[in-house]
Write a protein that binds this ligand. Structure first.
Ligand SMILES: [Zn+2]
Length: 124
């Protein structure tokens, strides 16, 4: 039992750069990277036909960079995109009860407090 399994990575440098269960975002990343001249491919991106049959965790759409040479550039572009396009969905911590609140909520789900203005709370 000394046979070596063929290392797949030497033949194929495809690396996953992004995954999200929001397929629109997966395609957005794909298009954005392609516009930068980076060759990518998507996986699990035909979820509309299978949604409901698979657990959510297996429904993550994925973007893979075909050439590892571009991986770092792609990684930077993706992180910049996420910072630029998703700020309002950041989770926040309630100043009243210190519960972590999902960014889609306008007030604390636990005590209904509104998010504290960072400039106001800093004085204390
Ligand atoms: Zn609260």
């Amino acid at each position: 039992m000394f046979s070596h399994s063929t290392p797949e990575q030497s033949a194929c440098q495809v690396k996953k750069i992004y995954s999200n269960n929001n397929i629109a975002l997966v395609w957005h990343v794909k298009n954005m990277l392609e516009q930068q001249g980076i060759e990518v491919e998507t996986r699990n991106d035909r979820l509309y036909s299978v949604a409901g049959e698979l657990p959510v965790t297996e429904c993550m759409g994925e973007v893979w960079v075909v050439s590892a040479l571009y991986y770092q550039t792609a990684e930077r572009l993706v992180s910049e995109m996420e910072l630029a396009s998703l700020p309002e969905f950041d989770a926040w911590v309630c100043h009243a009860c210190h519960e972590k609140v999902d960014g889609t909520f306008a007030v604390c789900w636990n005590c209904q407090a509104a998010p504290a203005d960072p400039a106001v709370g800093a004085s204390e």
